[in-house]
Design a protein around this ligand. Structure first.
Ligand code: URP
Ligand code: ZN
Ligand code: ZN
Length: 482
């Protein structure tokens, strides 16, 4: 068979095995896995690892935060940075504003993404104002291929437990997945008041203001709501061992519960916030950074399979008046933009500290970085694997290259992981067979990326949690899930 492109001589790694083979690509898709393939164009991958391109499933791009601050990265700089970090697809958020319709929200983000992205993209729809009419519009999101929603249990944009249940129920009916930022809003508010009233206003107090207990309470509540609705739920950015335990426990009970953690909770601690002046603002993210014992416990959960994905939660705000200090420099920690960059560092850090240091296998790395996201967010087998018929979304890695992390390709003015020695970097990234990054150079143009209409969440292997009270067989025939 004639190929447009052949990737020769590499070691292929999927979520289940590694093997030596060439990959033949035609019309942007993988059409052959074999030996001695020929093609019009050849990439020599001798000595390299050839993996499905990363899928970044949690990042904030061209999005206003709950505080109304626009992220520094738009779809151009954000997608370029993602690609240099080994990603061939990403799923940022489309955030509904109060009173905004589903269609208008998605149109807004289409306009922001389509002319700019260098890699394929989709969105999770953040619901901040889930009125009856907005809930009735959600099938429209599914029809457009947007099959995941996100809610907040804190910030001004939070939903009530009843609204959360409504969203879970609609998502479940259509085969979608609801994501949640789980922190107890009132516990955070109470702590923040106690701190600021005592004069403890510096960035470092962001950490004590958001106790792990507030995350644990909210995760427990979110899981209870998901069990009641018998609906799938992704707990994003889990930052506490107890929170991870709750995810594992729910999964063992058959609940459709999934977990995500992020590099900042594996590599940074609250001590990074403890810097002179306002410098600690660079490390303000929510949930906040914890401690080294937490890091070790979270790594154990990564290795044990509690987490389906490790995502960056890239939420870039420059260390200036456009970003971190959009509300001024003389604010207490509550007035500083929440979030830090990391879209380009996610996979190199996970590879270096995970695979190279022997904490996880190469197969786990592929699952955590790409395949599981594709499975949960409705893109498998089109994306997330190296299989016949799949999009040729491929990352070629040099597993031996060591670099000290420095400036990234995003639009940011700092890298929270700067100075870390990282072994294993992507050298070439392809999206549908097109070179996006090759040998340190950008080869794609803004707008080359395309919207990915996603399907439903793969829940195979889970039994769900139909309760006595919600099961017509045991609740005297009442149909709760109509
Ligand atoms: O601090 C963070 N993570 N900011 C981004 C918004 C969110 O909470 O995910
Ligand atoms: Zn969040
Ligand atoms: Zn986030």
């Amino acid at each position: 068979m004639q190929h447009d492109l052949v990737i020769k001589g590499g070691t292929l790694a999927t979520a289940t095995e590694s093997f030596r083979a060439d990959i033949g690509v035609r019309d942007g898709r993988i059409v052959t896995l074999g030996e001695d393939l020929t093609g019009d164009d050849v990439i020599d991958a001798t000595g390299k690892l050839v993996m499905p391109g990363g899928i970044e499933a949690h990042c904030h791009i061209a999005q206003e935060s709950g505080m109304g601050i626009m992220t520094t990265d738009d779809y151009e700089s954000g997608s370029i940075s993602a690609a240099f970090g080994g990603n061939s697809c990403f799923v940022p958020f489309a955030a509904q504003k109060t009173g905004q319709s589903v269609a208008d929200t998605l149109d807004t983000y289409d306009a922001r993404a389509a002319p700019k992205s260098v890699i394929d993209y989709s969105y999770h729809l953040i619901l901040t104002d889930p009125t009856e009419s907005v809930l009735a519009e959600l099938p429209e999101a599914f029809a457009r291929g947007v099959t995941s929603f996100k809610v907040f249990m804190t910030y001004a944009t939070r939903v009530s437990d009843a609204q959360f249940l409504d969203i879970l129920t609609v998502a479940r009916r259509h085969g979608g997945l609801t994501m949640v930022h789980a922190e107890n809003h009132d516990m955070l508010g109470w702590m923040a008041s106690a701190l600021t009233e005592g004069g403890y206003t510096a960035p470092r107090y962001h950490a004590p203001a958001r106790p792990g207990l507030a995350e644990e309470e909210a995760i427990n509540r979110a899981i209870s709501l998901a069990k009641l609705a018998d609906a799938p739920l992704m707990i994003v950015h889990v930052s506490t061992p107890k929170g991870a335990d709750l995810v594992a426990e729910a999964r063992h009970a058959g609940a459709y519960v999934f977990g995500e953690t992020c590099p900042q909770y594996l590599f940074l601690t609250r001590h990074d916030l403890d810097q002179p002046g306002m410098d600690g603002a660079k490390y303000i993210c929510s949930p906040p950074l914890r401690d080294t014992a937490t890091q070790a416990a979270l790594w154990r959960h990564v290795a044990a399979g509690t987490f389906s994905v490790v995502s960056s939660d890239h939420a870039p705000y420059r260390f200036d008046e456009t970003g971190k200090f959009a509300k001024g420099r003389d604010v207490d920690f509550r007035g500083i933009a929440n979030g830090m960059p990391g879209i380009e560092m996610r996979l190199p850090l996970l590879f270096s500290e995970g695979v190279v240091k022997g904490r996880i296998s190469l197969q786990q790395f592929v699952a955590l970085s790409s395949t599981n996201a594709a499975r949960l967010y409705g893109m498998l087998p089109r994306k997330g694997t190296l299989a016949i018929g799949a999009d040729a979304d491929i990352a070629i890695w040099d597993p031996d290259e060591t670099r000290v992390a420095g400036e990234m390709h995003d639009a940011m003015d700092y890298n929270p992981f700067e100075g870390m020695k990282v072994t294993g970097w992507p050298t070439t990234v392809l999206s549908r067979g097109r070179r996006v990054v090759e040998d340190g150079l950008l080869r794609a143009r803004p707008g080359d990326g395309a919207f990915v209409a996603r399907g439903t969440t793969d829940l195979s292997g889970f039994t769900g949690t139909r309760l006595t009270e919600t099961d017509p067989a045991t609740n005297f025939g009442a149909e709760i899930f109509r």
